[in-house]
Design a protein around this ligand. Sequence first.
Ligand SMILES: Nc1nc2c(ncn2[C@@H]2O[C@H](COP(=O)(O)OP(=O)(O)OP(=O)(O)O)[C@@H](O)[C@H]2O)c(=O)[nH]1
Length: 219
Amino acid sequence: MSLRVVVLGAENVGKSAVTVRFLTRRFIGEYNSNMDLIYKSSIKQEDYVTDIEILDSCAKKNTSIAPGDSVITWTDSFIVVYDICVHSSFEQAIKILDIINKARASVYCPALLLGNKTDLEHRRTVGVEEGHQAALEYNCQYYEVSAADDFVTISIAFQALLRETKIIQQNKPLLKRRKSSLVNVSKKLGAMFGKKDSEMDRKRSTCDVAGPKTIFEKA
Ligand SMILES: Nc1nc2c(ncn2[C@@H]2O[C@H](COP(=O)(O)OP(=O)(O)OP(=O)(O)O)[C@@H](O)[C@H]2O)c(=O)[nH]1
């Protein structure tokens, strides 16, 4: 059984950058991908090898940055990324955490709030205390990182989330894991983010054709 994580957040906050940094230790400046990608890998924790699947959602392609019902059903945990230089991306992160909190009222899922781009400190508009406050309010882990400059903190943050996810999974062995396709975005969540139903319907049909693609597999 692999642990599943979905990475969410506004456009250009660095979702792909932090994911690839964690998996490969490298920072790749530009990503051309216009689709959701699933990275499969395995990590060593406390002498055990754990398989992981990370869904890197693409904000440019998706009708809503909020997780759809099917993503919530698929994943075991959430990473919500914002850019410390763009306050609106923090506000969007809060909305996502709010949706996650409501969704996990019935089935608890660990979550991690990541403030990215700390190398651009001179352009910061989101205070560290704002991040801490949100983490307290939404009961999630919180780190500030720089995908560009720093592998270590990103690794610590991902590992902490994966450790918590594993403990949660081990403690609910009788709960059947729910699996489904990854493409549906609910009208309700779309409405919360200001999308009209008709627009959602049109875009959803596009999403249904092209589901997420697995691009990286490491045994
Ligand atoms: N300075 C700096 N730039 C970063 C950092 N992380 C990502 N970037 C840049 O931010 C831009 C967006 O990064 P992506 O990883 O593509 O962001 P994303 O959130 O996956 O983007 P979407 O495709 O919109 O979902 C790119 O130009 C990256 O080089 C960082 O830590 N510091």
